[in-house]
Write a new protein. Structure first.
Length: 420
């Protein structure tokens, strides 16, 4: 598939460097020629010998390498290829790239290349979230650099999770193949009512770990949130669905980010923004366990159950509602209430700075959670719309129609086809 294509693979110094070995294998399976550059940091994690054995080529490590300068030189290395792939891309390397620093072979090649550049970031979630890294990522995107990942999940650091894990080698190889073969995601269908709109949706429950085998959960099935994602995608929107653990299949044409905990969900939502609309349909656990144990909690023979120390989780809707930079033009929350439906929905609307609340009275309609039907009222600051009892798919379609009406007459800023 990639015969006649040459990829310069830059491996920088992160623990994910070990995955680059598999990435080389994946790229070579597709018949690409891979020329590897390793930073000093990368060589702390894997050896040039292992990399060279897999690329079946010389491994480049030094900017001022007499042999290499005569042989190829960093300028030729930067140009005599079809793609420069950086995996893992550390926060440090991205910072240098964003500022045009060229103080080693990897950064000099990145500054000198006129070929497409694909980055697979890998770092601790706190480093990924850091405003400096956010700025650098935006600057690199603005410079036309493409990204694969990072993903959310467990980090190498014990007990840490969040967004920052390097995408899997196969996903990176796919992103590289798409770029090399000029395969682009389909352009938005302008005839559709939400064409060009970006929508972020949360769905399902969250799981809050107690110990390695137990967690706190709730009965949310994700049916309503997933149905909204499917309906929005069918209406032409570019949808990112941030889903807790559910049995629902990923809706077609939707980018799905799978998370477990409320904290991971918040981070994934922040990463997916900015957007035109955010719809928070997830039943986010209000509390997590203060310190998740490393070991399974055992009965101690005293007959007394262990005390679980709970801490309040971040409120995703309220966090986004109060963040003027991230807040989309239309922010929609859900509220399941057993009493004083409108009053409680209005107070949530104000407290969380949402525009609409999709409220349902769960006191009579037992089985909304996990069931197929929903009777909702749409509450905004001044009005209440009563909808009849509908199938969740029909609630989703009607909500998407209402969103389309909200935006009708407003110009769409047509985005370019996205990477990944
Ligand atoms: N929500 C959220 N993050 C949380 C809790 C809730 O984003 N940690 C969102 C839900 O996705 C929903 C809305 O807030 O859109 C209302 O959720 P609900 O559980 O009804 O609100 P609470 O703030 O938990 O209020 P209550 O006191 O009724 O539990």
């Amino acid at each position: 598939m990639l015969a006649n294509k040459t990829i310069v693979l830059i491996i920088s110094g992160g623990i994910a460097a070990y995955k680059s070995l598999d990435l080389i294998r994946r790229l070579r399976e597709r018949r690409a020629r891979v020329r590897a550059i390793m930073t000093r940091g990368a060589q702390q994690f894997i050896t040039p010998l292992a990399v060279g054995a897999l690329t079946a080529d010389k491994v480049y490590t030094e900017l001022f390498d007499r042999e290499a300068e005569q042989d190829v030189g960093h300028i030729r290395l930067a140009r005599a290829c079809d793609l420069v792939l950086v995996a893992p891309a550390t926060a440090d390397l991205m910072a240098k790239m964003a500022h045009g620093i060229a103080d080693d072979l990897a950064t000099a090649v990145l500054l000198a290349t006129d070929k497409p550049v694909l980055l697979a970031p890998a770092m601790n979630p706190k480093m990924w979230e850091n405003p400096a890294t956010r700025r650098n990522t935006e600057a690199l995107r603005g410079d036309g650099k493409k990204f694969a990942g990072p993903k959310s999940g467990e980090m190498a650091e014990r007990g840490e999770s969040g967004v920052g894990r390097m995408a899997e080698p196969l996903e990176i190889a796919d992103a590289a193949t798409d770029l090399l073969l000029h395969r682009r995601p389909p352009t938005p269908d302008t005839a559709k009512p939400l064409a060009g709109r970006r929508i972020v949706i949360t769905s399902g429950p969250t799981h809050e770990p107690i110990d390695p085998v137990r967690y706190i959960a709730n009965r949310s099935s994700g049916k309503q949130g997933h149905a909204i994602a499917a309906a929005a995608a069918a209406a032409g929107a570019r949808v990112t669905l941030v889903s807790g653990p559910v049995a629902q299949p990923d809706p077609a044409g939707v980018k799905v980010i799978h998370v477990e905990t409320a904290k991971e969900m918040l981070q994934a939502v922040k990463n997916a923004l900015p957007a035109d609309v955010a719809i928070m349909a997830a039943a986010v656990a209000d509390w997590g366990v203060a310190s998740e144990g490393d070991q399974k909690i055992k009965k101690d023979g005293s007959g007394h159950p262990p005390a679980l120390d709970l801490v309040e989780n971040p409120d995703i809707l309220a966090t986004i509602g109060h963040n003027d930079t991230l807040r989309p033009m239309l922010l929609i929350g859900f509220a399941a209430e057993t009493q004083n439906l409108i009053e409680n929905a209005r107070s949530k609307l104000a407290r969380k700075r949402a525009d609409w609340i999709v409220a349902n009275d769960v006191s009579h309609e037992f089985g909304v959670m996990g069931g197929d039907r929903n009777t909702v009222r749409i509450v905004d600051a001044g009005t209440v719309e009563d909808w009849p009892s509908l199938n969740k798919v029909d609630v989703a379609k009607r909500l998407v129609d209402k969103i389309a009406t909200f935006f009708s007459g407003t110009a769409v800023d047509m985005p370019e086809a996205e990477e990944q």
